[in-house]
Structure formats: structure tokens, C-alpha cells
Ligand binder design. Structure first.
Ligand code: NDP
Ligand code: 2IT
Length: 449
């Protein structure tokens, strides 16, 4: 049997996103594995690249016209050595096993970094919520949970939101779980405030990413104050990244959806962010409509030769990719550097291709990899779980302070770990190694299971 990375490539050659995420981690972990014979002997890496369990199921549902549809549902339970499986559900037509596996694998390291006791998991479906009515989404969510409920539980696996899954979908799924199980528990996070949600959970990923970026900037003697910031996406993560950037005195200048991007040379105002939230979350409209509403907003469609890469083609100091995986390729990374970017902090999971990461590292850019920089979302999910277990509710200020402390701790852990392994300032190595070591120690202690 082949060893290490080759072992994964040989076994799952048809899963490019999964192989990409394992490759990135493996490159960093080589130094740790070289130093720790016990991890090699116990085959910790080989065990960690195989999920503990994967469930794939049929999701039948009926649209408003009475027509029947069948989608594919997934729940990938990656590793529970340090706590119950934990991670979001993604509803997007691109969802497949490779994407589910890369997300669940990454989540395991991310959750370990949060300092909270959460294992890694991910789920979702190739269902496309775009253009579907609330009733259609409800019926889909009910059908999805009618199978998923068997595999989850507050001490087993606690799903949450991700792309295409927000407060509306969590509400419908929670209602179905509660009805089937006849129990009210913290089985999902991202719940509404009237039924067990936590303050700041909607804000947490975006806010947390800006806190993390602020720490990276400060450690390098720089500041986000006055920094021109590009943001991609316009969903949950992007909206609260824009909001926090404005609050800390930075100047966010862009946002996007899968059709195009907007550029605001003078920077977003609070009024524009409020409009965007209503446009995306209530009206479920397109980012292009921002340009119809505000004369100073320029709309740049992705239909040209450069495709989505055009959204990174602005003079800027920082970039906060917050849409989807591989949204920054090698050419985009080079373009950013040519345009003056000195900090990139990932809101989306695996925002950057391996080639793009190489460009950032060669150019000594402050680069925060997703599993560290976007960990604020799941960390606050962990805080929601704690509050549910206590049957208690912290104030928004308390949760925000805890989130901030966690992001500061993650940042310090990454820096300290990178320095320990001889690569000071390498946040990729720091995040991968620190996330890995906690899980590896737990696996060693618990024997060959
Ligand atoms: P949403 O569904 O709320 O928003 C996703 C955004 O990305 C939309 O604006 C969407 O546009 C855009 N998008 C999707 N696909 C593409 C594409 N191929 N090209 C350009 N834009 C695209 O999701 P979230 O904001 O929750 O998630 C965004 C990212 O952040 C994901 O990578 C997710 O895994 C990650 N993340 C989310 C967390 C959370 O708590 N929600 C936590 C940590 C990470 P359109 O409307 O056109 O589809
Ligand atoms: O990628 C992620 O960290 C999330 N989608 C959030 C997961 C969670 O359980 O809150």
C-alpha cells in the first residue's frame, strides 16, 4: 500500500477537491510527522484522511406545481476524537462527494483550532434553492431531515448552515427533527433567537474573519484602519465581513455573486450594507440590483474572458474571499499582488488554489487560511451548543467578546506553532499543525478505533 498523500490519490483519484485539501494539509504536516514517531507508528495521518462514516441518501420532494424531484443528500462524519461531529450543511447544485469530503476534512482541523470540544463533519445536498418558493424549500428541508435525523443528535453530530442554508432552512430542519424525535435539544446550530439560537451566530464568520485579519495586521505592524478591502460573495459571510470592516474603519469596496461583482470606489456605507442584506436575505435578489439602486455602484458581470477573476482586479490592501472554494487562482493571486494587496484572509473554505497559495507565500503576503480565519462561525456554533446545554443565553456583548478571544487565541496558536516548527509567520503550517496535533493526541490516547 502506498504511503501518505499517494495513498489518498490512489484511493480517491476522482475527488479533486478532496485531494487538493489533503495535499495542502500534508505539505504542512510533513514536518510534524517527521518529528513525531508516535504519530507515524499509529498511522494517525492515514486514519485521519478516512472519514469515520459517510451517509448518502435519497431526498424526494414535491414542487409547487405538484411535480416530483429527487436530490442526493450527504452527511460525512469525519472525526469525533475530540467531540461530537460538527459542521454545516450546504445546498448547492455543485455538491458532490468530493466537495463534502474536503469540507468535512477541513472542518476537523478548524474545529480543533477553536479550542472547543467539537469533531468534524459536513453535509448537504445538490438541491438548488435558487428560484424556489419558501414552501418548496420547506418541503425539501423536511424530506432531508426525515433521513438525516437518524444519524445526528446533540451528543453525536450537530449540523448547521453553509452555502444555501441559513436561518430559514435551519428553522424548517429543526422543526422536523423536533417533531420526529419528540425532544427539544441543541441538535442544530444557527437557530433563530426565539428557539434556542445564540446572539452573534449570524455575524460570527464574517466578524471573526475581520478579527483574525486585524490580529495578522497588528502582528506585522500594520492596521486595517483605512485599508481598502475587496470582498467576494454577498451571502452570510460576505455581509458581516463588510459590516465589521466598516466598523473597524477599513474601506470595503467590492462584493459579488455567481453572476458578477460590484465595485464601490468610495467604499460601502452602512446604508448600502443594510440594502444588500435585505436584497439577498429577504428579496433573494441579485447583486446587480445594487447598481440599479445606487449610482456610485459599478456592476461588472463575469461573462468576459477573465470570468470571476475580474473581481480581484482593483487597487487594494486586503482581500476577503467569502463566496466559494477555489475563487482565487494563481493568476488572481498574482494580480492581487500587482495591485498592492498585502493581506488575504479567507472567509470561504479553501478559497485559494494550491498555485494561488504558493504565490501568496512566495510574496510574503499575510495569508490567513480558512480553517483558521473563518473558524469564528463554528466557534460561535460551539458557544450556541454550550448555551443550549446550560439552557441559558449570554448577551450579544458576552458572545462577541468570547468570539474575539477565540480568534485572538487561534491567531496566536498559529503563529506559535509555525515558529515552533521553524517557519515563523507561516499561518498555513501553523493552522494545519496545531489543528492536527490536538486530534492526533486524542486519537493516540483512545487507541486504534
Ligand atoms: P451563502 O449561501 O450565504 O452565500 C454564498 C455566496 O457566494 C453567494 O453570494 C453566492 O452567489 C456566492 N457564490 C456561490 N457560488 C459562487 C461561484 N461559483 N462564484 C461566485 N460566487 C459564488 O453562503 P455563506 O456566506 O454561508 O458561505 C460562503 C462561504 O463561506 C462558503 O465557502 C462556506 O463554506 C464558507 N463558510 C460559511 C460559514 C457560515 O457560517 N455560513 C462558516 C465558515 C465558512 P449566488 O447567490 O449567485 O449563488
Ligand atoms: O464551514 C463552516 O465552518 C461552517 N459552515 C459553519 C459550521 C457550523 O457548524 O457552524
Amino acid at each position: 500500500m502506498s504511503e501518505g498523500l499517494q495513498f489518498v490519490k490512489d484511493r480517491d483519484p476522482h475527488e479533486p477537491e478532496f485531494i487538493q485539501s489533503v495535499t495542502e494539509v500534508y505539505e504542512s504536516l510533513k514536518v510534524v510527522l517527521d518529528a513525531e514517531a508516535a504519530y507515524r507508528k499509529a498511522k494517525i495521518f492515514e486514519r485521519l484522511v478516512e472519514p469515520e462514516r459517510m451517509v448518502i441518501f435519497r431526498v424526494p420532494w414535491q414542487d409547487d406545481k405538484g411535480e416530483y424531484h429527487v436530490n442526493r443528500g450527504f452527511r460525512v462524519q469525519w472525526n469525533s476524537a475530540i467531540g461530537p461531529y460538527k459542521g454545516g450543511c450546504r445546498f448547492h447544485p455543485s455538491v458532490n462527494l468530493s466537495i463534502m469530503k474536503f469540507l468535512a476534512f477541513e472542518q476537523t482541523f478548524k474545529n480543533s483550532l477553536t479550542t472547543l470540544p467539537m469533531g468534524g463533519g459536513k453535509g448537504g445536498s445538490d438541491f438548488d434553492p435558487k428560484g424556489r418558493s419558501d414552501d418548496e424549500v420547506m418541503r425539501f428541508c423536511q424530506s432531508f431531515m426525515t433521513e438525516m435525523f437518524r444519524h445526528i443528535g446533540p451528543n453525536t453530530d450537530v449540523p448547521a448552515g453553509d452555502m444555501g442554508v441559513g436561518a430559514r432552512e435551519i428553522g424548517y430542519m429543526f422543526g422536523t427533527y423536533r417533531r420526529i424525535k419528540n425532544e427539544f435539544t441543541g441538535v442544530l446550530t444557527g437557530k433563530g433567537m426565539s428557539y434556542g439560537g445564540s446572539w452573534i451566530r449570524p455575524e460570527a464568520t464574517g466578524y471573526g474573519n475581520v478579527y483574525f485579519a486585524g490580529e495578522m495586521a497588528e502582528a506585522a505592524g500594520r492596521t486595517l484602519k483605512g485599508a481598502v478591502c475587496m470582498v467576494s460573495g454577498s451571502g452570510n459571510v460576505a455581509q458581516f465581513t463588510l459590516e465589521k470592516l466598516l466598523q473597524v474603519g477599513a474601506k470595503p469596496v467590492s462584493a459579488s455573486d455567481s453572476s458578477g461583482s460590484i465595485y464601490v470606489a468610495d467604499g460601502f456605507t452602512a446604508e448600502m450594507i443594510a440594502f444588500l442584506k435585505n436584497l439577498k436575505n429577504v428579496k433573494r435578489g441579485r447583486i446587480k440590483e445594487m447598481a440599479d439602486a445606487f449610482p456610485n455602484v459599478e456592476y461588472i458581470p463575469f461573462d468576459g474572458k477573465a470570468g470571476p477573476g475580474v473581481q480581484w482586479n482593483h487597487k487594494a490592501d486586503c482581500a476577503f474571499p467569502s463566496a466559494t472554494q477555489n475563487e482565487i487562482n494563481e493568476a488572481d493571486a498574482q494580480n492581487m499582488i500587482n495591485n498592492g494587496v498585502w493581506l488575504v484572509s479567507e472567509g470561504s473554505n479553501m478559497s485559494t488554489t494550491l498555485g494561488g497559495i504558493g504565490v501568496f507565500q512566495e510574496n510574503k503576503i499575510l495569508y490567513g487560511p480558512a480553517k483558521a480565519s473563518n473558524a469564528g462561525g463554528v466557534a460561535t456554533s460551539g458557544l450556541e451548543m454550550s448555551q443550549n446545554s446550560m439552557r441559558y443565553l449570554w448577551t450579544p456583548e458576552e458572545v462577541d467578546q468570547k468570539l474575539k478571544n477565540i480568534m485572538v487565541t487561534i491567531h496566536k496558536t498559529c503563529l506559535d506553532t509555525a515558529a515552533k516548527y521553524g517557519r515563523p509567520g507561516d499561518y498555513v503550517l501553523g493552522a494545519n499543525a496545531a489543528g492536527f496535533i490536538k486530534v492526533a493526541e486524542a486519537m493516540l490516547a483512545q487507541g486504534l478505533v
